[in-house]
Design a protein around this ligand. Structure first.
Ligand code: ADP
Ligand code: ASP
Ligand code: MG
Length: 603
């Protein structure tokens, strides 16, 4: 007999008929011999309706009362579903998050799960009852029991947390699409179902805009090795498996907060090539990386900073072995990169062999801005200057001077309590098996870009900025420092740009403006009219040409790239918001991800 945790999303339980259909499905699974814990969301658009109601009363309702309000949505569904099961003759009992003992931190509207008590659920299961649990909610770990919620879309996280705590055989997430697709089928009708995806890839996709799974649900599945499958509640098709590597043993206490970093890595075999003052128009990145890929050269990190005037800087790293070849391509292409055909000012190529990449990794970094800030601070305290920063959901990498490499490794492993003896240098692709270079494409239109000009180029600046933002709980993605140095009042300075969620942009600008007043850098500006388009695939490591193809697809549509950031398994471009859907379709098509047959959209 298998113990299975199932989760049904809002549309799947959106009406009485749907609740009855779900009850039938559950009954069938029990008859097949399974023991079932079922997590449900609020019916249909209930949560949105409740948010609207609150906003009619207050423009900024207090987070405690919002949790009190929003948690009622799920409570309706658990009662109705239990009744429907009982009508079928299936013993069932509904429980709220508090009744189960889903204990969270005392952070309203974005609480992380600390632990899930399983005694009560196990007692009901042993009596042959189906336990129906309200998703998205918990109770704070204080004397006075406070209802908390996990953040929008958080029922997925409730389900996987329950599954991990109960040591269930698997967790099934039922939704309104057939599984995880190559992109959102509501935006690109030719999107295709994928039978399987690695947890690391899904973490990236989920955090970069694919809302089919809550990223924190994927994080828990990855950390505890919980088999996870996403499938349609309308059909009996197998859906998509999210596969995790065998996890290191991990306590169930402090589930979402303990040990956010579980790896510290260093890569000495890196060299940096930077092109300064490349013109800011569509097609430049495409032609540069097109040439590089034509030589079969694999690039690792790519960064394109915010433009200044009408030029950009593009920097990338390669392994030392191909530095000569890559720099020849850059040198050859530089003369053609002029801001204007008549201009004499051509791009300048800078090469640096003396670099190394240090990185921290771990799934618990999601939505926890303090972690990256702590890495920057650790390096800053040791007077190690950061030359390039690249962030992904599960990794923050910094390019530093090679001479500081050993010291950085030692200090970071101490700071994050990571045992170095179990770590290896990054020398090989850790994603074994065959993976496509690009598994899926995600679009995030809820991001804004912040640019800070003329930040003094001394160790500690990134640490200061990101520590301040972390204190306000603002998560930052795609951090980029310009390659170019400006001397302002005899001090070398660089520009820094990064993206944040749109809702955080005003607060972030305020925080930085305050810092500006203290350290005296140039102006801060925020731009909401951007979109972030990303391609994700574990197979892109050691597969030259993915970046080139991505940039070429945008260039063909005459779409300008404002920023580029990469991690080992993703490439993101910031573009103008008006181009977002056109860009998504073009890139999805360019990687041949579309199919002729459209998937069935149930709602
Ligand atoms: P639920 O209420 O079941 O939790 P959600 O609305 O949260 O459902 O998530 C499912 C939706 O996610 C789909 O209807 C689809 O529009 C969207 N989506 C975005 N990206 C993807 C993707 N890559 N694959 C599948 N669905 C996606
Ligand atoms: N009902 C909540 C929401 O709409 C949680 C969820 O559905 O996952 O965000
Ligand atoms: Mg959802």
């Amino acid at each position: 007999m298998a113990l299975v945790v199932q989760k049904y999303g809002g549309t799947s339980v959106g009406s009485v008929e749907r609740i009855q259909a779900v009850a039938n499905r559950i009954r069938k699974s029990v008859q097949q011999g399974n023991s079932l814990v079922v997590v449900v969301s609020a019916m249909g658009k209930t949560t949105d309706t409740l948010v609207k109601l609150a906003n009619e009363i207050s423009a900024s309702p207090c987070r405690r009362e919002m949790d009190m309000l929003l948690s009622t949505g799920e409570q309706v569904t658990i009662a109705l579903l239990s009744m429907a099961l009982q009508e079928l003759g299936q013993p069932a009992i509904s429980l709220t998050g508090a009744q189960v003992g889903i204990v969270t931190e005392a952070e309203h509207s974005r609480a992380r799960i600390l632990q899930v008590c399983t005694d009560r659920i196990e007692k009901h299961l042993s009596k042959g009852e189906v336990v129906v649990v309200a998703g998205f909610q918990g109770v704070s770990h204080t004397d006075i029991l406070e209802i908390t919620t996990l953040g929008r879309g958080g029922s997925d996280t409730s389900a996987v947390a329950l599954a991990a705590s109960l040591k269930a055989d698997r967790c099934e997430i039922y939704t309104d699409v057939p599984g995880i697709l190559t992109t959102d089928p509501r935006l690109v009708p030719s999107a295709q179902l994928m039978p399987e995806i690695t947890a690391d890839e899904m973490l990236e996709l989920a955090s970069l805009g694919a809302k089919v799974l809550h990223p924190r649900a994927v994080e828990i599945a990855r950390n505890y090795g919980m088999p996870l499958v996403v499938l349609s509640s309308w059909s009996d098709r197998p859906g998509t498996k999210v596969v995790s590597r065998l996890p290191q043993p991990r306590s169930l206490q402090g589930m979402e907060i303990a040990k956010p970093v579980d790896g510290v890595e260093v890569d000495r075999d890196q060299a940096k090539i930077a092109l300064l003052r490349v013109p800011d128009f569509p097609g430049v990145a495409a032609s540069l990386f097109g040439e590089i890929s034509a030589q079969n050269i694999d690039v690792d990190l790519i960064i394109q900073s915010i433009h200044e005037g009408n030029t950009n800087d593009i920097a990338f790293t390669v392994v030392n072995r191909v530095l000569q070849a890559a720099s020849s391509v850059a040198e050859a292409i530089a003369p053609s990169l002029r801001t204007h055909p008549a201009a004499t000012d051509e791009a300048e190529v800078m090469i640096d062999r003396q670099i190394a990449k240090v990185a921290i990794s771990g799934a618990g970094m999601i939505g926890r801005p303090g972690i990256a800030a702590k890495m920057f601070k650790t390096l800053a305290d040791a007077k190690i200057n950061i030359q390039m920063i690249s962030t992904s959901e599960v990794k923050v990498s910094c390019v530093i001077d090679e001479v500081h490499c050993d010291r950085a490794l030692h200090l970071l492993s101490q700071a994050f309590d990571v045992d170095l003896s179990s770590q290896k240098e990054i020398t090989q692709n850790q994603y074994r098996g065959k993976h496509p270079p690009v598994r899926g494409v995600a679009l995030d239109t809820n991001q804004a870009r912040i640019a800070i000009r003329h930040v003094p180029d001394t160790p500690g600046m990134a640490a200061q900025i990101f520590t301040l933002l972390a204190k306000k709980n603002i998560s930052v993605d795609a951090i980029i420092q310009s390659q170019r140095c400006h001397i302002i009042n005899h001090v070398p300075t660089r520009d820094i740009a990064f993206t944040v969620a749109q809702q955080d942009v005003d607060l972030a600008c305020e925080v930085i403006a305050e810092l500006d007043r203290q350290i005296g850098c140039g102006q801060v500006s925020g731009d909401r009219a951007i979109a972030k388009l990303s391609v994700v695939g574990a197979g892109m490591i050691g597969h030259p040409g993915v970046a080139a193809k991505f940039f070429a697809a945008l260039s063909q549509e005459k779409i300008n790239i404002q920023m580029i950031t990469t991690s080992e398994i993703k490439i993101s471009c910031v573009i103008d918001e008006v181009d977002a859907i056109k860009a998504l379709k073009a890139v999805h098509e360019a990687f041949g991800l579309g199919g002729k047959e459209q998937v069935n959209l149930t709602a």
